[in-house]
Ligand binder design. Structure first.
Ligand SMILES: Cc1ncc(C[n+]2csc(CCOP(=O)(O)OP(=O)(O)O)c2C)c(N)n1
Length: 203
């Protein structure tokens, strides 16, 4: 039985409910959403100018988050991504562990699958422990999340700014309807910059 099937006392977590809970009353939180399902989940929770959904760049979400966190130390930055995407950029956890930005959280929605390309099992389906990797890399906080109570705690942790924080949230391997953000990358970048920097966005 996989960790996802074993789940929490209330059964497996569902990714859209997790993301909706994490983004509720998000305030000034900056969000980078990894390509595929995490970007659709973030859009389902509400398309937002301070969300940068990625349409490509697999493996780059955490590094984009690191750059934002360094550039905007007064803001909280949340990277929401998939286990496949995180595995492709695993070295970024080492870089974050060295740089240790307190305002950065990386949350992996771990369905143990490459959802977009046909639900092939990823390494986490065979027990690779991403939270342990984050711990070994020097994250201040690392956790595996399997219950709604832990999701609520995670939401507070993201807002606390005492990171870097890493969470591996075990979610069901649901196939869900697509909820797509705008597809124009220039538009996504420019509206994010304008929402973040105001009149300085274009200098
Ligand atoms: C470099 C590269 N390799 C492969 C792909 C194809 N691809 C797009 S999404 C995806 C799987 C994403 O899996 P994961 O991050 O675990 O997300 P989820 O299962 O939640 O959809 C793959 C393999 C790609 N876009 N870029």
């Amino acid at each position: 039985m996989s960790t996802t099937e074993r789940g929490a006392s209330g059964g497996p977590l569902h990714r859209r409910e997790v993301v909706k809970a994490l983004l509720a009353e998000r305030g000034e939180l900056l969000v980078v959403a990894g390509l595929g399902a995490p970007a659709w989940d973030a859009t389902q929770a509400g398309d937002h100018p301070l969300t940068l959904p990625l349409w490509g760049g697999m493996g780059g979400a955490a590094m984009i988050g690191l750059g934002l966190a360094i550039a905007q130390p007064g803001r909280r930055v949340l990277v929401l991504t998939g286990d496949g995407e995180m595995l492709m950029g695993l070295g970024s956890l080492a870089t974050i562990g060295v740089r240790r930005p307190a305002n950065l959280s990386v949350v992996v929605l771990d369905n143990e699958r490459y959802g977009e390309t046909g639900m092939q099992p990823t390494h986490t389906a065979y027990g690779v422990d991403l939270a342990a990797v984050a711990h070994a890399c020097g994250f201040a906080t690392w956790k595996t999340v399997t219950s709604t109570d832990q999701v609520a705690q995670l939401r507070e942790g993201i807002r606390a700014g005492t990171g870097p924080l890493f969470a591996q949230v075990k979610v069901a391997a649901d196939k869900l309807p697509l909820v797509l953000p705008p597809r124009d990358a220039a538009l996504l970048k420019n509206r994010f910059r304008e929402a973040l920097l105001g009149e300085n966005a274009h200098f």
